[in-house]
Structure formats: structure tokens, C-alpha cells
Design a binder for this molecule. Structure first.
Ligand code: HEM
Length: 364
């Protein structure tokens, strides 16, 4: 039996060993110094952490899927069928990956709008906001490139349509779509490119951009919403990031993991028939839910708007909305009450638009 004194001797030795080699005290000090405001909207502070955990699950399950997935036009579909039906727990890992991808995009969208409405983009957090916006684009790119990989009929035609729309972007769209396809049609060249982007380029970009996002959050701490800042000092409550918030964070991650496991077990991810590039597109084909809003919006616009082609007009309008999100930290700095109200109204308008068009797209 190990005596108590030898246990504490081992503990002391380990502490001393780590302290001499790693900045343990500095890290501990940093975590203890960081404080989280406690108010009626504190629940939104958990969203970024959930997104990060789901991303970690994506990396682990993605690496495992790569063991059996074959990015080859004649084998891709068969390799997914094999993962689903012959590899031990293959269906489980694949379903985790697909469900976690969808949850992650949903959580990132919630995180975006919650930080937007709490005005966390204001100085000095502009770079946190901009790196966040890049992460949203990266998450959508993960979704778009991953969708093609099973090479089933829906994924094939959704990619074809998505790239055709992208090619309408003025000046650069045609070239980008051509390069992503690896030619004029979706083919082996497209699968090779999408696979490389999905498993190498995007994870590396994520590492850099998410690293910067986390760094800025450490530097600036958690933002305090305006109504909280206005409270008298004795009414402003905080909790320490470590250990109080951290433990609640872990609890929330476990809850998110539970939701993910329940979805995975109850609704394992299926696969459609193998893509046939020469067949007609399946009737009523729709993109994934996170592309439904722009898809439905573009469907609404007539073929020509004045002298401009309808799709191009729609793309220009949506790009302007995107630009609004990029520029909001410069426009709404917190000095002008009217600018603050206009930004909130703009965010509300876009959020309602996204919800409405997504629902409309899903139900039509
Ligand atoms: C995979 C994507 C993302 C991950 C893993 C992530 C992670 C995080 C984490 C852990 C935090 C600190 C806790 C919190 O406030 O939730 C945070 C804060 C923040 N994030 Fe993200 N984020 C992502 C995407 C985004 C996006 C799309 C935006 C918006 C454009 C964004 C904007 C912000 C801002 C402004 C803060 C500071 C919030 C504050 O100080 O209260 N992030 N993020």
C-alpha cells in the first residue's frame, strides 16, 4: 500500500518538476485573474466553448474516417457504405462527424448573433470579431467541401449548383468555380480538390485563425454589455473564470455531448444512391439547411433586375449584408446611440431574414 506521506512526496515532486519546466504559475494566475460578468444574458458566454468542443470532435472523428474513406470517384461512395455497414463502429463515428458538423455550424451562428447583439465587436475586440467572421466562412467551407465527399446523388448535384452560383460572382467567381471544380464539370478533379481542402487546408486555416481568436479573447477578457456597465459598482457581479466558470463550462460541454450522442444514436446518418453525373438532378433538390436562406432568397429574384442578371443582383445584395457585418465595429463604436440602434436593427433584420428564408426553403 502507498502511504499518505509518500503520495504527498510524489505530488510535491510532480508540482516542482512541472513548475521548473512550464509556466504553470503564470497560467494559473491568468486563469484566476480572468473574470466573467454575471447577468441575465450570461448563458451566451458558453456558445464559443461549445463550438470549440464540437470542432475538437470533428478533428478526432475526421481523422478516424480518413482511415477508410477513399477520395476516388469510383470508390468514394462504396467506402462510405463500407464504413456504415462493415467497419466496427464506423456508422457511429460517421454519424458523430455529420451531426457534430451540423451542430457546430448552428452553435457558431448562435455565437455570432449573441456576440453581435451584446455588441462584443466594439473596441478593443474588433479583431476578435473579424477572426470570428473568418471562422464562420471556414465552418461553411468545411460543410460545403465535406458534403461532396460521399459522392451520392444529392451531394453531387448540390455541389454542382453551389459552384454554378459561385461562378456568378463578378470578376473572380468564374475562375474560383473553375479552380475548385478542376475544370468545367464536377469530376474526380473536384473530389480531389475538395478532399484536400477539407482535410488539410481548412484545418490549418482553423488552427491559425481560431488560435488568434482565442488569443484576443485572453488579451481582452470577456466583454461587458452596455446595460451591465451602467449598473452601480456594487450591483455588478462577476465570477472567476477558474474554477467557477470553467466547471460550469465543462458541464455545458457534457450536455452538448449528450445532445450529440442522442442524435447520433437515434438518427444515424444515411447515404443516398451513388452519384450519376449523366442523370438529371433529383426533383426538388435543396442544399444543406445552412445554405437554404441564400438559396431561397436567390430563387425569389426574377431572371433580370433592370439591366442586371437576377442571380448577380442577389449575390451583390447578400455581399452588401456581409460587408455590413465586417464594418459594424467601425460604424458602431459605442459613442453614438443612434448608430447603436441602427446596428441592432440591422442585425435583427438579417437574423429574421435568415430564419424566415430558411424555414420557407425547408417547407417549400
Ligand atoms: C468555430 C468557430 C468559433 C469558435 C470555436 C469560437 C470560440 C470562442 C470562445 C471560446 C469565446 C469566449 C467565450 C464566449 O464568449 O463564447 C469566443 C468569444 C468571441 N467570439 Fe468566437 N468562436 C467562433 C466563431 C465566432 C464567430 C463566427 C464570431 C462572430 C463573427 C465570433 C465572435 C466572437 C466575439 C466578438 C467574442 C468575444 C465575446 C466576449 O468578449 O463577450 N466567434 N469565441
Amino acid at each position: 500500500m502507498v502511504s499518505e506521506s509518500s503520495q504527498s512526496r510524489n505530488g510535491n515532486f510532480l508540482q516542482k518538476f512541472l513548475k521548473e519546466r512550464l509556466p504553470v504559475e503564470e497560467l494559473q494566475h491568468l486563469a484566476e485573474k480572468k473574470k466573467v460578468p454575471v447577468h441575465k444574458h450570461s448563458v451566451w458566454y458558453y456558445m464559443g466553448g461549445i463550438a470549440a468542443v464540437l470542432f475538437a470532435i470533428q478533428v478526432i472523428t475526421g481523422v478516424l474516417l480518413m482511415v477508410y474513406y477513399v477520395p476516388e470517384i469510383n470508390s468514394a461512395h462504396a467506402s462510405i457504405l463500407k464504413i456504415n455497414s462493415q467497419i466496427n463502429f464506423g456508422w457511429f463515428i460517421r454519424s458523430l462527424h455529420s451531426w457534430s458538423a451540423n451542430l457546430m455550424i448552428a452553435v457558431v451562428i448562435i455565437h455570432l448573433f449573441s456576440t453581435y447583439f451584446m455588441k462584443a465587436y466594439r473596441a478593443p475586440r474588433e479583431f476578435t470579431w473579424w477572426t470570428g467572421l473568418v471562422m464562420l466562412v471556414v465552418c461553411l467551407a468545411f460543410g460545403f467541401t465535406g458534403y461532396l465527399l460521399p459522392w451520392d446523388d444529392v451531394s453531387f448535384f448540390a455541389t454542382k449548383i453551389g459552384l454554378d452560383v459561385a461562378s456568378k460572382i463578378p470578376a473572380i467567381g468564374g475562375l474560383i468555380a473553375y479552380m475548385l471544380r478542376g475544370g468545367d464539370i464536377v469530376s474526380q478533379a473536384t473530389i480531389s480538390r475538395f478532399f484536400m481542402i477539407h482535410v488539410a487546408v481548412l484545418p490549418l486555416v482553423t488552427l491559425a485563425v481560431l488560435g488568434a481568436h482565442m488569443f484576443f479573447i485572453q488579451v481582452h477578457g470577456i466583454a461587458e454589455p452596455a446595460f451591465f456597465k451602467k449598473l452601480p459598482e456594487e450591483k455588478r457581479k462577476y465570477e472567476k473564470f477558474f474554477p467557477e466558470f470553467m466547471f460550469k463550462d465543462i458541464l455545458v460541454w457534457l450536455l452538448a455531448a449528450n445532445v450529440l450522442f442522442v442524435l447520433t444514436m437515434l438518427w444515424p446518418w444515411g447515404i443516398g444512391p451513388e452519384a450519376d453525373p449523366f442523370a438529371a438532378a433529383p426533383l426538388g433538390i435543396k442544399p444543406e439547411w445552412y445554405f437554404l436562406a441564400p438559396f431561397q432568397f436567390l430563387k425569389l429574384i426574377p431572371p433580370m433586375v433592370g439591366p442586371i442578371e437576377g442571380e448577380l443582383f442577389g449575390i451583390i445584395l447578400m455581399s452588401l449584408v456581409g460587408l455590413g457585418f465586417v464594418l459594424v465595429p467601425i460604424y458602431d463604436t459605442g459613442v453614438s446611440e443612434s448608430r447603436s440602434k441602427i446596428s441592432t436593427a440591422f442585425g435583427t433584420f438579417v437574423l429574421l431574414g435568415v430564419i424566415l428564408f430558411s424555414l420557407w426553403g425547408a417547407l417549400s
